[in-house]
Design a protein around this ligand. Sequence first.
Ligand code: PMT
Length: 402
Amino acid sequence: MLTSKKIVVCVTGGIAVYKAVALVSKLTQAGANVKVIMTKSAMEFVQPLSFQAMSRNDVFFDTFDEKDSSVIAHINLADWADLVLVAPATANVIGKLAHGIADDMVTTTLLATTAKVWIAPAMNVHMYENAAVKRNIAQLDKDGYSFIEPSEGFLACGYVGKGRLEEPEKIVQLVEDYFSPKELPLKGQKVVVTAGPTRERIDPVRFLTNFSSGKMGYAMASAAASLGAETILISGPVSIEAPSNVKLVSVESAQEMYEAVLEQFDTANIVIKTAAVADYRPKDVHAQKMKKQPGDASIALERTTDILADLGSKKTHQLLIGFAAETNDVVHYAKGKLAKKNADYIIANDVTEAGSGFGTDTNAVTLVGKNNVEKHFPHLSKKELAIQLLQTIIKLETDDKK
Ligand code: PMT
């Protein structure tokens, strides 16, 4: 989601500096190019090396240590940034910024930047409520700075109250929302996404399943929601958290997924079938745990409903998008599924390729569709890929209707 976004993180001296390390790591993992500036007090808590390792960039802390003689570092950083985060922000840096004081690398950069600046305060609850701090925050608010309010809880000083640096995951989510496309081409549309594996029970303690983690499907749901759709995410059992802007329907088996999808189908505009649905389930589900017997054993299997094919035979106005996990002749088989299941698009996924398919954070796919569409998407994070796939399909559909 943050690919090619340039973010400067200003780290000032409080115990929450350790959380800023996680923040920089998560922003980098989300694709952002992150550069860190530290105050002297911040370096009392954590060494610059930690931030260097997490951001894979030089860390700046001395206004007079010009690493590149062709530029002035704080002006260069200030101009480079798409967004500046001050996290954690102490009462001291808030006070300096409110009064236009620029006496170190952090504050000179903050005064020089024209990028959006977000300030995430972290301090003792009484300091946060102090009249001078409140005045400074109000001034900065008036000057156009944005704040990420601290959360409530146990503080390092022993008090309980408001003053904890917001959790890194939440800050990353805010940053992703800030950079997410502001055009909402799916506004007013209902998108149903299936994700994850299904579980087909053998007995009370055993089941058949596959390696789907749900990451690709959850990314598709998140992308649909960020493009404005009312999004229903029908998910098999996974261990990742659902995006906050979608409605999650949890299911276990292929049959439960089928019923949940059918319930939404009439009112859906787009159905995206990312789930790795079991093709077979045990014919008999044992009520008691199956006991070991001497010799081999076998389990009789029966076919599950092919949900995508069933929807393909029923569709009226819905756009149907399937995925195809393949190990060879990927595009050829995907085209076969497109026709056989009467889908509009199939996203062909070579699950044998490194960094692709089940469980990975990245994926590379080929979109095949009606009108001989065939477009390859090289390795991208699943989140970025999901946005690009939906934007491409939306454009193809718009052009098709012209
Ligand atoms: O979850 P991740 O770890 O991120 O992994 C992502 C993924 C590899 C699971 C995903 O990218 C993917 O390829 N999903 C489709 C997996 C699959 O089951 O492919 P298939 O070729 O068997 O099925 C083709 C299509 O028919 C799929 O849209 C599938 O949802 C659908 N299907 C299949 C069987 C069935 N009984 N009902 C179905 O609707």
